[in-house]
Design a protein around this ligand. Structure first.
Ligand code: NDP
Ligand code: 2IT
Length: 444
């Protein structure tokens, strides 16, 4: 059996109840076959793949807090410090009832290669909890965040592990987490990114993931002789990534026809109204059913459906495995040109393969959504030098990073004979730097 297949089998046997982690490992390792085959003897002797799929450290802890009725609640907290070969662990904190160890491991594993692709010195990590911020009061969210940080603060620091936002963790949560870290440790340091602008945050971090997604999509289309202006797009999700993806798409002359949340989706033939979306989601923390009040010409549908709309570009920006094979077939039947992942692993393996077979340009999340973590690393730089850069400076750096990632993934794919297979290209390009650092640092 090949080394890659052995490792995939071992990961499944050792972590039987973690399907998302299996999926992420399969996608990455299958892409790495040409590199692994070319270096098989050395990699086997060094147990390189065994080390790559085993987190350096996994922390799991109890998070007790008191709700507004005086009832004690208990959640589970996680931080998986996956790989620190190229820098301190870096990655978000997800707060969603679906969170379990396997989800955090899949996200942490992806983060290793994504962070490497940014070209910045950040290792891979991820954390979170099964706490659901939805429907909770600000005081309840603060109580949870303070309890969560009371344990997490023992394991993080500006030079060791720097968490940030992800699903359910936005500016409010980062503020409460930062306050508690500072109170417990006495350190005013860049231990979290996505901070508010008044206490060390970076301009353009809020926008960075969505903006970066569009910068990469624009460049990928350009490399293939296509102008992004005048295209139509379907976006899923209506959170941080989706909102700023829609905003940048519109700035680039793309008409975005859809967005969604976990209950339903909106079709707006005039193009999504970003100001309305921001008010509904960022200010009122309400549901998308409200969108119709702002835009009477739009439609709201319960359930799934954004991928049934005829568009040139599909930008999944909600969550993992939200674009299935049948969705890919519907997109292709409607003549889709490109799919670029704003979320982490939103496209199933079968759907990805189908899209690629059909000649659809496909940008994987670890390249396409790397603008968020890249700008987090820029926030770390600003914190270290105790300066703040202007919006335009950060945005220009973000653009440069996304254009670079796009060319690096395309070049790596071509070098190994997989031209235009950006999944293979992104995985190889991300892996090369990590592997070099791991081998240089010996058996650790
Ligand atoms: P938010 O919490 O701001 O928004 C998440 C959006 O996705 C909401 O509209 C939410 O709907 C929807 N959603 C979440 N879970 C589900 C689900 N199980 N089924 C259907 N819809 C769901 O998160 P972000 O925008 O920050 O994150 C979105 C994706 O992007 C995630 O995959 C995240 O890992 C990834 N990402 C985020 C980065 C960042 O900087 N924030 C960086 C790189 C990647 P509802 O409100 O109904 O729950
Ligand atoms: O998935 C991701 O890259 C993020 N949620 C952002 C991580 C970060 O450290 O900014």
């Amino acid at each position: 059996m090949s080394y890659v297949d052995e490792i995939i089998e071992a990961v499944i046997a050792k972590n039987p109840s973690e399907p998302e982690f299996h999926q992420a490992v399969k996608e990455v390792l299958n892409s790495l076959r040409p590199v692994v085959e070319a270096n098989e003897e050395k990699f086997r002797r060094e147990a390189l793949l065994e080390r790559l799929v085993e987190p350096e450290r996994q922390i799991k802890f109890r998070v007790p807090w008191v709700n507004d009725k005086g009832q004690v609640q208990v959640n589970t907290g996680y931080r998986v410090q996956f790989n620190s070969a190229i820098g301190p662990y870096k990655g978000g904190l997800r707060l969603h009832p679906s969170v379990n160890l396997g989800i955090i491991k899949f996200l942490g594993f992806e983060q290793i290669f994504k962070n490497s692709l940014t070209g910045l010195p950040i290792g891979g990590g991820k954390g979170g909890s099964d706490f659901d911020p939805k429907g909770k009061s600000d005081r309840e969210v603060m109580a949870f965040c303070q309890s969560f940080m009371t344990e997490l603060c023992k394991y993080i620091g500006e030079n060791t592990d720097v968490p940030a936002g992800d699903i359910g963790t936005g500016a409010r949560e980062i503020g409460y987490l930062y306050g508690q870290y500072k109170r417990l440790t006495g350190l005013y340091e860049g231990v979290l990114t996505g901070k508010g602008l008044s206490y060390g945050g970076s301009l353009a971090r809020t926008e960075a993931t969505g903006y970066g997604l569009l910068y990469l999509t624009q460049e990928m289309l350009k490399m293939n002789g296509i102008d992004i202006a005048g295209k139509t797009a379907a976006v899923s999700g209506s959170g941080n990534v989706a909102i700023y993806a829609i905003q940048k798409a519109q700035q680039l002359g793309v008409k975005v026809l859809t967005c969604s949340d976990s209950n339903g989706w909106v079709y707006d033939p005039e193009g999504i109204d970003v100001a309305a979306l921001k008010e509904i989601k960022e200010v009122k923390r309400a549901r998308l059913t409200e969108y119709k009040n702002y835009r009477p010409g739009s439609e709201y549908h319960e359930g799934r459906g954004v991928w049934t709309v005829k568009v040139d570009l599909a930008l999944p920006c909600a969550t993992q495995n939200e674009l299935h094979l049948e969705d890919a077939k519907a997109l292709v039947a409607n003549g889709v040109t490109a799919v670029a992942e704003g979320a982490n692993m939103p496209t199933t393996l079968e759907a990805t393969e189908y899209l690629q077979e059909q000649g659809v340009l496909f940008a994987p999340g670890k390249a396409a959504n790397a603008g968020g973590v890249a700008t987090s690393a820029l926030e770390m730089s600003q914190n270290s030098e105790r300066l703040s850069w202007t919006f335009d400076e950060v945005d220009a750096k973000l653009q440069g990073i996304m254009v670079n990632i796009c060319h690096n993934m395309a070049d790596a794919a071509e070098r190994y004979g997989f031209a235009k297979n950006y999944v293979v290209g992104a995985n190889i390009a991300g892996f090369e730097k990590v592997v070099d650092a791991m081998l240089a640092q010996g058996v650790v």
